[in-house]
Design a protein around this ligand. Structure first.
Ligand code: ATP
Length: 458
């Protein structure tokens, strides 16, 4: 990190730390360490109930903006294990590795290009190499693909890989897609799915995992439109995060220097988010040229080109590649807040209502009064037909509110003694804590309107 980045960290807005967010996520059933009762497995996590709902919202929003709201996009769900020839042609078998250094003293391994952000195994306050006892090796290449075997015989011919990215599944389906669907460049293919990388310095909770989900899109364009579409997608993807509530001051676009570019890319920009540990990549947008289609055409012997009435060419490709888990972590970190209300501390996730796992909680003020329970159950059952909602009749009302604040539920609907008299309930807003009386019959439409409305908490 540069000095400017350090200064930005000092002015970091918010009280979130990765540790606090991870602790809340575990306590409230968003994310658990994987294989927990066996001591966990490095950088693997299991998503609990609220984590599943939140992650699904992230994917739904991506799919909505990428596919549902566009006419130039189609979907794909390709296999995790592909013909190993795919990874040879894509360059992954040869080149998909990070330079690593080992410390002979503490026996830990670090990414050579990320030493500054890493911690010495014996003196965590300094970076590897900075403590007296550190003894680092020269950087060595380390292979990131997980290998597996297909069939009963274990030999070189049966070797296969778990995909380290979803993109190649799109390129190798180019011919199937163009010959079966009504598409014409410029058009895109969008896919969400799991990817696997044998990361050597995983850590920081959901930020770097060995098994993670990606949301990738390949946009095929005529060569002379590539620059313009690259800029379009950097802007569109930036806007997507802002529209879902990430604070603008914590999001930036960073164009790669020529020395950082992958061999296939003529331009790459990262969308970076200011996590409590610094500015880190959230998503990469790359102009990949015609590298991938040409490489697979050459290796497979199948022509991969666009054939129109009077034209025939190999399209160029713009790729926005995002991570579901990394985006979910950014939404959680950005939303995390602590404050004191009426002398009592409260932790609240100020999630965008569309990202929030539960949209509303229905709470009868007194949990065993049938005059309140009946209309509360009716309202709950009506609402759950169209959105995830919870019914909670246990504990004091303040405690129930806090529980919902901690999972980021934007609205609480309290059914009290006035409800049977005049057909209204109290609608409590998670962020402003304002309470208003609204007619119970109008609640479903009101919440749907609010979910569709623009939302700006700050
Ligand atoms: P990094 O430099 O952080 O390793 P990358 O440049 O290798 O990332 P890409 O190959 O561009 O990442 O992958 C696209 C996106 O997939 C990343 O921006 C990130 O959101 C996500 N991603 C990549 N690797 C991981 C991982 N190990 N854990 C979680 N998400 C990941």
């Amino acid at each position: 990190m540069s000095a400017a980045d350090d200064a930005q960290l000092e002015s970091y807005e918010g009280v979130a730390t990765i540790e606090k967010v991870a602790a809340l996520a575990r306590r409230r059933g968003f994310v658990y360490p994987s294989s927990d009762i066996y001591g966990g497995l490095g950088s693997s996590f299991d998503y609990g109930h609220y984590g599943v709902l939140l992650k699904q919202n992230v994917k739904d929003e991506w799919q909505r903006s990428m596919i549902q709201e566009r006419e130039d996009m189609v979907a794909l769900d390709s296999a995790v294990i592909l013909n190993p020839a795919v990874w040879a042609a894509s360059g992954h078998v040869e080149g998909f590795s990070d330079p690593m250094v080992d410390c002979r003293t503490c026996k830990l391994r670090f990414r050579a290009d990320q030493l500054e952000q890493s911690q010495c195994g014996q003196k965590p306050s300094v970076a590897p190499g900075e403590a007296k006892q550190c003894d680092l090796t020269e950087p060595r290449e380390f292979h990131l693909m997980f290998e597996t075997q297909i069939g009963a015989v274990r030999d070189d011919a049966s070797r296969a890989y778990l995909r380290p990215e979803t993109a190649q599944g799109i390129f190798v389906n180019f011919k199937n897609i163009t010959s079966s669907l009504r598409v014409k460049p410029p058009f895109g293919v969008a896919q969400i799915g799991k990817s696997f990388r044998n990361e050597i310095t995983p850590g920081n909770f959901l930020f770097r995992l060995r098994e993670f989900e990606q949301m990738e899109m390949e946009f095929f364009v005529p060569a002379d439109e590539a620059v313009q579409w690259f800029e379009y997608w950097v802007e569109a993807r930036h806007r997507w995060y802002l529209d879902l509530g990430l604070r603008a001051s914590h999001l930036r676009v960073r164009a790669h220097q020529a020395s950082e570019l992958s061999h296939y890319s003529s331009a790459t920009s990262d969308l970076e988010y200011l996590f409590p540990i610094g500015w880190l990549e959230l998503e990469g947008i790359a102009n990949r040229g015609d590298y991938d289609l040409r490489a697979h055409a050459a290796a497979s012997g199948t022509k991969l080109e666009w054939v129109g009435h009077e034209e025939r060419y190999v399209p160029h490709v713009i790729e926005p590649a995002a991570g579901v888990d990394r985006a979910s972590l950014a939404f959680l970190v950005d939303a995390y807040d602590e404050e004191v209300v009426a002398d009592r501390p409260r932790t609240v996730l100020r999630l965008h209502p569309r990202i929030a796992p539960v949209k509303a909680a229905v709470l009868p003020l007194v949990g065993n009064d049938s005059a309140l329970v009946e209309p509360a159950r009716r309202l709950y059952e009506e609402l759950r037909r169209t959105m995830p909602v919870e019914y909670d009749a246990s504990a004091a009302i303040g405690k129930r509110y806090r529980r919902q604040d901690e999972i980021g539920t934007p609205w609480a609907l309290t059914v009290d003694q006035q409800t049977p008299e005049d057909g209204t309930v109290t609608l409590r807003d998670r962020d402003s804590l304002e309470q208003e009386r609204v007619p119970v019959d109008g609640v479903p439409a009101l919440l749907r309107d609010r979910l569709d409305a623009r939302w700006d908490p700050r």
